[in-house]
Ligand binder design. Sequence first.
Ligand SMILES: Cc1cc2nc3c(=O)[nH]c(=O)nc-3n(C[C@H](O)[C@H](O)[C@H](O)COP(=O)(O)OP(=O)(O)OC[C@H]3O[C@@H](n4cnc5c(N)ncnc54)[C@H](O)[C@@H]3O)c2cc1C
Length: 417
Amino acid sequence: MRFSGLRVLREGLTGNKGWAPHWRDAEPKAEYDAIIIGGGGHGLSTAYYLAKEHGLTNIAVLEKGYLGGGNVGRNTTIVRANYFLQGNSEFYSHSLKLWEGLEEDLNYNVMHSQRGLINLFHSDGQRDAFARRGNAMINQGDDAVLLDRDGVRKHLPYLDFDNVRFPIYGGLLHPRGGTARHDAVAWGYARGASDRGVDLVQQCEVTGIDIENGQVRGVQTTRGAIRAKKVGIVVAGRSGQVAAMAGMRLPIESHVLQAFVTEGLKPCIDHVVSFGMGHFYISQSDKGGLVFGGDLDFYASYASRGNLPMAEHVMEAGMTLMPMIGKAKVLRSWGGIMDMTPDGSPIIDKTDTKGLFIDCGWCYGGFKAVPGSGFSFAHLMATGNHHAPAAKYRLDRFRNGVGLMDEEGTGSQHNLH
Ligand SMILES: Cc1cc2nc3c(=O)[nH]c(=O)nc-3n(C[C@H](O)[C@H](O)[C@H](O)COP(=O)(O)OP(=O)(O)OC[C@H]3O[C@@H](n4cnc5c(N)ncnc54)[C@H](O)[C@@H]3O)c2cc1C
């Protein structure tokens, strides 16, 4: 079924009776050429690109819950390519280019909105750091504009410029940054993969990984054993647990990250804005809710809900920056489980077990990576070679210390990234 304006019009006039389910809810087969563990954004995009780019269609995505029920449906939807370090810079640049053609590619409205992202700075030192970051972005072929205080005021007149502890010195504008509708991204990739013959198997938890003589043979699941020549682990916050099934100990800690949304309001915030002197960022959803968040809860946990001290910190930072939001009522808050690496950068690599691959460590920034990660991981699984933009995401950098990408400059401590 192809979506188009004409189709919407026809269905509207004929009682909306012609819509079909977007993907097949498949029963698991006994054997596949490849299995993807995890039906989040990265697992679904990997399956899609395996089928589309490499013609591999005898594959299954095994999801323990329902498609899109993990972090891909829990994030604050920011999409950007404003990374500083080599390795990250080219990867996120590639991912953003895929985003820019995604709706056409998937024939699905993922509501990608390049409304511009502004990172505020509040000191001379921060201005220097953002000037360097902006230059790195431009060198990579992406866009960046350094704004002074008046430049920020023109874009964001509602900020408190006058009566604050941390005055706004300026901001780095990334015009192609923005947001996308998170669950639509999962649904669009699911539909595209399913249309190409991929089995999407929900309520199917992987409980073991079968390995014989150093070669992966398949997986054990709550719906029986399934054999496969290749297996990709793409389970975000559960990476450590699933990798342990193959005898691996990952350099990953799982931490909680919270987000918040207010009641729907008339359009008032038309960019993505982040505060430079406290962890707070915000955008307005297409339904009108102000969507905002802050930092990790600072302790390792598998609970997908957070605690009040971080909620209080986020609210305080928001009120400092834009006191007007004090009038909005918070409707909901929730948490997700983040797979934090020591240098804050991800892993897309083979493992020591033949046929077993891993894609993880996306920390709190993996939504924008969904297209790029799926594309690069599919390339690695299909060809055995690293895809150039993701070539630096090696697992062994944490063993030998070579090639660490410490984007935030906070050192090798999980809970500081
Ligand atoms: C509050 C919050 C805000 C965020 N904001 C942003 C943002 O603005 N921009 C951005 O780029 N990123 C953001 N992120 C990060 C981003 O959401 C994640 O990095 C990314 O979604 C992780 O990849 P995923 O989509 O594949 O994960 P998930 O959707 O979590 O997918 C993993 C899947 O694996 C499944 N699974 C786990 N174990 C098993 C098993 N044993 N068997 C079968 N299936 C299994 C899970 O059920 C889950 O569905 C945010 C995250 C949170 C929580």
